[in-house]
Design a binder for this molecule. Structure first.
Ligand code: URA
Ligand code: SF4
Length: 208
């Protein structure tokens, strides 16, 4: 079973989006409130790929609208990239979570397994094929490895041009949640600066 078992007969952006809403290609559909499909420009110059929707994305049905999304928006603006010109999506379209250990109501993010990432990959692949972005940017290891293979190393390759058959060019950088998790205020500021520096390299490529 994978997302491919739920594909529409005619593949267009609206038909994919509609089909993904009822996907049961892996067990995560039972955990999430809804499928959070990608959103944004239809002929994007840039496709930005995260890991999976978070708590807020799961409730609202839109990618990157929670804390990571706010940081992403700020960093894109600092780098001179319009989010509206981009298409934003995730490697996995359902929110995977575990109840918090104190028995509270909080839903704690859980990392999707390799199997779940693989099961969801057909949606991501189809998004790329129908939208044909000029540049693809992966945020964090889950997206990077889903797109460019298991050997992709985010820290070693961040901010560098990455050749791919999926688009004219690709880049990887850290996930914004890694910036938010930096241990102290200074470290966090530094991590955000490095994140913005990577996005500026993407911006420069897009302008060239
Ligand atoms: N983190 C992600 O990877 N994607 C989202 O949509 C939100 C948080
Ligand atoms: Fe389908 Fe992906 Fe959701 Fe799994 S995570 S049910 S493959 S949309």
């Amino acid at each position: 079973m994978s997302a491919a078992d739920f594909f529409p007969e005619r593949i267009t952006f609206p038909s994919l989006r509609a089909a993904a809403a009822t996907c049961r290609g892996c067990p995560l559909w039972k955990l999430g409130t809804q499928t959070v499909f990608g959103e944004g420009a239809r002929r994007p110059r840039l496709m930005i790929v995260g890991e999976q929707p978070g708590d807020q994305e799961d409730r609202e049905g839109h990618p990157f609208v929670g804390p990571s999304g706010l940081l992403l928006d700020r960093a894109l603006e600092a780098a001179g990239i319009e989010r509206g010109d981009a298409y934003v999506t995730n490697a996995v379209k359902h929110f995977k979570w575990v109840p918090d250990s104190k028995g509270g109501k909080r839903r704690i993010h859980a990392k999707p397994s390799t199997k779940e990432v693989r099961a969801c990959h057909p949606w991501l692949d189809a998004e790329i094929h129908v939208l044909q972005p000029k540049v693809i940017l992966a945020l964090g290891a889950t997206a990077a490895q889903s797109l460019f293979g298991p050997a992709t190393k985010v820290i070693a390759q961040r901010g560098r041009q990455l050749k791919t058959e999926l688009a004219e060019m690709a880049f990887v950088t850290v996930h914004p949640s890694a910036v938010l998790r930096a241990p102290g205020a200074l470290e966090r500021k530094q991590a955000e600066k490095e994140f913005v520096a990577d996005l500026k390299k993407v911006a420069r490529y897009l302008r060239a």
